[in-house]
Write a protein that binds this ligand. Sequence first.
Ligand code: FMN
Length: 149
Amino acid sequence: MTTGMTEQFIIATVDVALAAQNAVVAAESLGLGICYIGAVRNDPQTVSDLLELPDNVYPVFGLCIGAPAQDPEVKPRLPLGTVLMEETYRDEGQRDGIADYDETMRAYYRSRTGGTKESTWTEEMARLLEGERRPHMKGFLADRGFEMR
Ligand SMILES: Cc1cc2nc3c(=O)[nH]c(=O)nc-3n(C[C@H](O)[C@H](O)[C@H](O)COP(=O)(O)O)c2cc1C
């Protein structure tokens, strides 16, 4: 058996996301609420031990499903024109759409936090991308058998 291939890692991770999103659509259709939990990757070894995961399996994310205690408004989405492309990737036109979205999100954050959070989508994304996040993942995945060959 050949293991440790990057392609296997991609397939496994994509399959998890597809299965989870189908579960999410089903749960929400029943009136349940969900929250993905990427934070399981803060300490993936402990999560793997708790779940007794075998080699070549890793925790991609958690998924909480439950009866929602609140009914918050739907979070605004990026305008379709900024994420949908035909034939080839293109980024012209994205700037205006994102600028509009930033103002939408500024208002959204204000309204959701009683005026205490002053931010935009661009600022949140910049914050997400600054510094190293979960640098332990590379070594952890290699230990699980995902050698990325
Ligand atoms: C892959 C992924 C991982 C997430 N991880 C966490 C998490 O660890 N903790 C948390 O409170 N929310 C987490 N979230 C939820 C986000 O913080 C945010 O509340 C959610 O994506 C907003 O939902 P919406 O975009 O569907 O409105 C995660 C969301 C995604 C898509």
